[in-house]
Write a protein that binds this ligand. Structure first.
Ligand code: F0G
Length: 415
């Protein structure tokens, strides 16, 4: 698989992280089966029945579509094979007939990052890296920490010293990473990481094209569970925009392989205080960075690295980008919980965005929609607790000083 600049097209050296000509982000070419051959999607899907963890991984099962990494160097935690859930309460809330959640928070470290990290860390290990580094709002750091621990390499994570989930930091410490809190936000941390020498340390933010290759498999895992029926719309939260890039590439490759007969449309949802990509899409011009502000801390990002790639994917898939405010995210998150599913705030931007897209007629109530939930509900317990104490519209109060049998009687009464 060839690696080239995603902006100027200059071919890149195998071990480069940025374009030598223009410093743009690198990308692997769109996968196509060698002439005269075909890849059987059902044969690949059937690998789930093998007992080899690499076959059971929803990422490595699709290894023919990944950059080549020696089989014995693969570092896997059985990531990627996440459930697709029906969301009747979410559907009702958004004004849809039905909808489904692809829950990437059901990955080993409870976020979608694992799908990309297994590939980036396997590659780092295969090339003899001793140390890997990332900037993070919390989930990338937890994912890197876990995979680095499995690979026996050191993980260093740069996180903002305030305003990220304590649970994510604790999880990262647990896996043994070195956590460096910086006096600045995610964007500042990413600037520091991007300035590092990739020969000295493996950079595993989503500027690393191996991350994108792993994360694209979420599209295949979703399609597999739908018997390759293509949804009308896929809705994804947008921060640094790596995931938008990865999903778009996954669907395009599935189409190129003849696994599906059309592309879904893609909607990217940002938090209103961290929506530079939405503004750029509306203006049609270059992205203008902002100082990000939102209580959905995972997507508190003001200078998304992958915005050009994400723009290209939205153009290819006929997509759209919109923003929702923090109160909408809070209520939508509570509703996802009422489906017995649950997610962290950033993930719920999808349901809040869907509600808007139904209201403005972009999506029809009868459309077939999949929301990408990117993080588990326990990733930000403090946010949930605060919501339920706040008296917000879907808050659920703790009762004190009541008789439990009276509660049961009340709940047993016919409606
Ligand atoms: N949802 C969650 C739960 C996230 O953690 C992130 C990003 C996103 C959505 C946005 O995805 O950046 O690919 O557009 N979290 C990164 C981190 C920045 O450091 O954990 P994106």
């Amino acid at each position: 698989m060839k690696l080239a600049c995603s902006e100027c097209g200059t071919p890149a050296a195998d071990d480069a992280m940025f374009c030598a000509a223009c410093a743009g982000l690198l990308a692997f070419e769109t996968f196509a089966a060698p002439p005269g051959t075909s890849l059987d999607r059902d044969r690949i899907a059937d690998r789930r029945r093998s007992s080899d963890p690499r076959d059971r991984s929803g990422v490595w099962r699709y290894r023919e579509l990944l950059p080549p990494i020696p089989f014995e160097e693969i570092v896997t935690l059985r990531e990627g094979d996440v459930p697709l859930y029906e969301g009747p309460r979410g559907a009702e809330y958004a004004g849809m007939r039905r909808l489904a959640y692809l829950h990437l928070g059901m990955n080993p470290t409870a976020s979608f990052k694992d799908g990309g990290m297994t590939v980036a860390v396997s590659r780092a290990a295969a090339t003899g890296a001793r140390v890997a580094i990332c900037a993070s709002t919390g989930n990338t750091s937890a994912s890197l920490a876990a995979y680095a621990a499995r690979a026996g390499i050191h993980a260093v994570v740069l996180v903002p010293s305030t305003g990220i989930s304590a649970a994510k930091v604790a999880q990262t410490l647990d896996y043994g990473a070195t956590v460096v809190a910086i006096d600045g936000d995610f964007d500042a941390a990413l600037v520091t990481v991007r300035a590092m020498d990739p020969q000295r340390v493996a950079i595993v933010n989503s500027v690393n094209p191996y991350r994108i290759e792993g994360q694209k498999s979420a599209a295949f895992v979703m399609l597999e569970q739908r018997n390759w029926r293509v949804p009308d719309w896929v809705v994804v939260p947008g921060g640094n925009l790596g995931n938008t890039t990865a999903l778009g590439k996954g669907f395009r490759e599935a189409l190129a392989l003849g696994w599906i007969d059309r592309l879904p449309r893609l909607a990217v949802v940002q938090a209103a205080g961290a929506a530079p990509f939405v503004h750029a899409q509306r203006s049609g011009g270059d992205l203008v960075p902002v100082v990000a502000q939102t209580s959905a801390t995972a997507i508190k990002i003001g200078a998304p690295a992958s915005w050009r790639k994400a723009r290209a994917e939205l153009a290819a898939l006929g997509g759209t980008a919109l923003d929702v405010d923090d109160a909408e995210i809070g209520d939508a998150r509570a509703i996802v919980g009422r489906d017995g599913v649950g997610c962290e705030p950033a993930s719920a931007a999808t349901l809040a965005g869907l509600k808007r897209l139904i209201a403005d007629g972009t999506i029809a109530p009868s459309d077939d929609v999949v929301l990408i939930l990117t993080g588990h509900v326990l990733k930000d317990g403090a946010y949930a607790a605060h919501y339920h104490e706040s008296g917000a519209p879907f808050a659920n109060r703790i009762l004190r000083g009541v008789d439990p049998s009276e509660v049961i009687e009340r709940l047993s009464a016919p409606a």
